[in-house]
Design a protein around this ligand. Sequence first.
Ligand code: AMP
Ligand code: TRP
Length: 322
Amino acid sequence: MNKKIVFSGIQPSGDLHIGNYIGAVRQWAAGQNDGLNIFCVVDMHAITVPQDPKTLAQKTREITAILLASGIDTEKSLLFVQSHNPDHANLGWVLNNYLSMGQLNRMTQYKEKSEGKEFVSVGLFDYPALMASDILLYDTTEVPVGDDQKQHVELARDVAERFNSKYGETFVLPESKIPKVGGRVMSLCDPTKKMSKSDPNPNGAIGLLEDPKSARKKIMSAVTDSGSEVKMDWVNKPGISNLLEIYSQLSGKEYVGGNNYGEFKTAVADVVEKFLIDFQKKYNEVLQSGKLDEVLKEGAQKSYALSHPKLLEVYKKVGFLV
Ligand code: AMP
Ligand code: TRP
């Protein structure tokens, strides 16, 4: 039985919202006491689509601080920026040669992201090879991701299997782990769609760093359903169910009020506002502590110490002089 090793990555693009927090980041923090947990800010994945350099640098720092504010504890877990550890790109290059064009062509995220674009980079097409490298470098057993990433984790397994059968046992086969509760926080404007950073309607999502008063307004004007009962029913009442979910996830308790939609929304808005005020206080403390650079430097060193023996093992197996 392998030791539990968890790896997840998050792109420093767009604004993180409460869906990312509930469905991903908070669950990462909650799992920290079990096994080895590795969290990576994947800036090299972010440049597969055009990025403004200043914004990318600023977002990389911002997301790192958000992870720390969400409870990722560098005493327990590894937190680092992908481009700080060159092994990721290096193993990614090797893995490229054990993946076929056809395999990558089947990735639905590639199809979605490239559709209608004038310029589609080779990097966007090759994105899953780098992601496989992220995962396989650390003997990862579990990859907590949203369902949209499941196909990429399967590809990582496939390439690991192909490499292992050619060169002997090298990589651990990872499994994706899709969170159940709170796995999907829906848009406030259209509760049949996931809350998303790329939603063109800014009222659909609540950013973690957004003004708590503006978040209040978004909750108050969230789409609800016909009828008047406040109850969990994702099929007939997706809007109310989504707000109930947000309420319980952020407050840690069930809503026990009555069936008045206005009162209910006010209660949800109170919970969201309080959550954001507390969260942003922690975020600002992280920034003001001046520890960010130190955390990143240490993360880079620690991750390299773990990944480099694996890279050398691979290099040797394929015939590079090491
Ligand atoms: P993304 O924002 O798509 O880059 O996703 C970053 C992480 O947050 C992934 O693990 C996603 O599954 C998770 N995530 C993104 N949107 C939501 C959402 N609306 N509800 C729950 N989890 C989400
Ligand atoms: N592709 C993931 C996303 O867009 C981010 C990511 C990159 C990742 N490398 C990873 C997630 C490795 C899990 C494991 O959400």
